[in-house]
Design a protein around this ligand. Structure first.
Ligand SMILES: [Fe+2]
Length: 467
């Protein structure tokens, strides 16, 4: 059986609603909002060739208020015919809840109780879909994003979504070819791009094209891909076969350079592609940023990410090319060189920080530690100043997905940086049920556990959506 349909990954068959959930411990009174997390949950059996990234999205949410867990709901995202059901991130911005995915598909808006309302209003203004990983500037409330799609040739799109939820700025950025660009980072003056060697794979993509059209499509794509935008006729042909895509047409490309780019914020592409300064790094792949900032003492740009040595090189049903590690890239703007520092030996993913510090200097970061191939078995806390890592193991038979930091005093940055809680779903394999686990971010000790009536399969990203 495909491993992404089995075990911790097995989809759940139904949508549940449960009110007034049981809690162990004491939920802090100030937590007033929803914890939301999304992941793939195929509605019908997608078959053996299923890629984990291609399952229809399902959101799992818990409403917390006045020390109570008011409800749990899990809901499929229900897009209009022909659209993909976003499955990668769910967040609230400008008063709306958005389900997000990358690579050309539009974002969808959900209501407070996670039912699908429709495409987000700004979707029609996007050149080619959005991203699952926009970054909110805490000073302005604006979302900065880099979006990619194979249809755009060697261009990706920078966009700024205003605090009012409207698209305020877009610019084209030239990259080397046609890379997968899952995330970006934000600093005070720059958007950080990862132009890395996982790129659009023509032969994989042809699997979804009607057979008689494949030779012509292959010929055209091989001539243009990574250089020019794809002609509408070819995009239509590809889309025709992609009612239910079975492959993610991106793979490791050893001939492609690995580099990190600094794009000035607000850069324009009115007179040609927006200017980017590039820094070469060793071949690797990055899905996720922990945070980035400009160091005022050195003038360098510092970027903390989880680094994979390779991706989609030997396994094509999910991200499964061995352990990933937390590293710091430091870009020296004077010499034009990048340095790389590895923090520790832990295999990990899903890095987060106190996102009120996005683009500003952070001390602490949090991630999920993995020793097996399934869900994570520990929560890690990194002290980037002391260079230490604290590990909270979750216990035998218990597996965690991403944990998010929620500050104790939402408006105060004067508290210690780790004054807050971490929350995320933990699956207990013996009961087959999940909990929403709330940990003290300072100590990683239990604060409260909300017991859910169902299982939350291994998935992608979540966020706290305050009321
Ligand atoms: Fe992601």
């Amino acid at each position: 059986m495909n491993r992404y349909l089995d075990d911790d990954f097995a989809p759940v068959p139904e949508e549940l609603t449960a009110l007034d959930l049981d809690i162990t411990g004491t939920l802090p009174d100030h937590l007033d909002g929803r914890y939301l997390r999304i992941g793939p949950n195929p509605a019908i059996d997608p078959g053996e060739s299923y890629h984990w990234f291609l399952g229809e999205g399902m959101v799992h949410g818990v409403r917390l208020e006045e020390g109570r867990a008011r409800w749990y709901r899990n809901r499929w995202v229900r897009p209009r015919s022909g659209d993909f059901a976003p499955n990668t991130n769910v967040l609230s911005h400008a008063g709306r809840t958005m389900a997000l995915v990358e690579a050309g598909s539009p974002p969808y808006e959900l209501d407070e109780e996670l039912d699908t309302l429709g495409r987000c209003g700004f979707a029609g203004d996007l050149r080619a879909g959005y991203t699952a990983h926009p970054h909110e500037d805490p000073a302005t409330g604006e979302l900065h994003a880099i979006s990619y799609s194979w249809t755009r040739g060697n261009r990706v799109d920078y966009s700024v979504l205003g605090a009012d939820g409207r698209l305020r700025h877009q610019a084209e950025v030239e990259v080397h070819g046609s890379p997968m660009m899952h995330d970006c980072a934000l600093t005070e003056h720059y958007v950080v791009l990862y132009d890395l060697p996982v790129t659009f794979d023509v032969d994989m993509a042809l699997g979804d094209v009607p057979r008689p059209a494949r030779p012509a499509v292959r010929f055209v794509l091989n001539r243009i891909i990574g250089r020019n935008p794809a002609p509408d006729r070819i995009v239509d042909l590809m889309a025709r076969g992609q009612g239910a895509p079975t492959q993610l047409p991106y793979s490791w490309n050893a001939d492609y350079p690995a580099r990190i780019g600094l794009l000035p914020r607000e850069a324009s592409s009115v007179a040609g592609p927006a200017p980017v300064r590039w820094f070469d790094i060793d071949p690797c792949f990055v899905f996720h940023t922990l945070n980035a900032f400009e160091d005022p003492d050195t003038g360098e740009v510092v970027i903390d990410v989880v680094r994979h040595d390779k991706m989609f090189a030997t396994r094509f049903d999910g991200p499964d090319e061995g352990p990933a590690s937390l590293v710091r890239f430091t870009l020296d703007l004077t010499s034009g060189k990048a340095r790389e520092h590895r923090y520790d030996e832990h295999a990990q993913e899903f890095p987060r920080c106190d996102e009120r510090r996005t683009g500003r200097r952070h001390r602490y970061g949090y991630s999920v530690g993995f020793t097996g191939e399934r869900l994570g078995d520990s929560i890690l806390k990194h002290d980037t100043v002391a260079g230490t890592t604290q590990e909270r193991r979750l216990g035998a038979g218990r597996g965690a997905g991403e944990f998010v930091f929620v500050p104790n005093s939402p408006d105060s940055l004067t508290d210690p940086e780790d004054a807050g809680v971490l929350m995320g779903y933990v699956l207990d394999r013996s009961s087959g049920l999940s909990d929403l686990v709330v940990l003290d971010a300072a100590t990683l000790e239990d604060v409260a556990t909300v017991h859910l009536p169902g299982r939350v399969p291994a998935g992608f990203h979540g966020n706290w959506a305050p009321t």
